[in-house]
Design a protein around this ligand. Structure first.
Ligand SMILES: CC(C)(COP(=O)(O)OP(=O)(O)OC[C@H]1O[C@@H](n2cnc3c(N)ncnc32)[C@H](O)[C@@H]1OP(=O)(O)O)[C@@H](O)C(=O)NCCC(=O)NCCS
Length: 149
């Protein structure tokens, strides 16, 4: 039975929970050097970034941001390892697609990694470019796009 998360916008009080999500996913999914980027990102997160709640606790986070030049970008999607592979990521992707659609549709840009690209491909995202070690040593960057009508 897949987990059905709730969603709400990020608040500054979620910062510690989000950094815990990040720490729980490194070094497997994120390069160590990315933590300072995420910390800086969270400073600007209120209002657009979202968290997903499972059993009333923060179990994941992600955001759909307008992209310079048009379209949208899915940023910093990360889930607690305790809920991974139980349908929460799929619920997040459906929610993200809904967000893009509610703004009239368009291209959703995704900066994936070699580990997460197969997940996004399941939702129709296509690889546009790949950069070896693009996120850090051993973590390859895979740029993908998902068209939303
Ligand atoms: C990538 C991530 C968001 C996927 O979320 P999830 O809740 O585990 O995904 P779901 O359970 O909804 O999986 C849906 C399907 O995709 C598959 N899948 C999930 N993650 C996958 C991956 N990394 N590679 C290949 N398939 C994957 C699942 O097996 C499932 O398949 P099924 O329907 O045949 O059972 C989550 O694992 C995560 O947060 N990973 C760590 C952080 C990360 O890598 N974020 C992306 C940064 S670019």
């Amino acid at each position: 039975m897949p987990i059905d998360p709730l969603f709400r916008f990020y608040q500054p009080s979620d910062r510690a929970a989000c950094l815990d999500l990040f720490d729980a996913n490194r070094p497997r999914f994120f390069a160590p050097n990315e933590r300072t980027d995420y910390e800086a990102f969270l400073e600007t997160a209120p209002g657009i970034y979202e968290v997903c709640l499972v059993d009333e606790g923060v179990a994941g986070a992600f955001g759909v941001y307008p992209e310079n030049g048009g379209g949208f970008r899915l940023r910093w999607i990360l889930l607690s390892p305790r809920v991974q592979r139980q349908g929460v990521g799929s619920a997040v992707m459906n929610h993200a697609v809904h967000r893009v659609r509610s703004h009239g549709g368009g291209t959703l840009f995704i900066g994936a990694s070699n580990l997460s690209a197969p997940f996004f491909a399941r939702f129709g995202a296509r690889v546009q470019a790949a950069i070896l070690h693009g996120w850090g040593l051993g973590m390859h960057r895979v740029d993908m796009t998902l068209h939303v009508d």
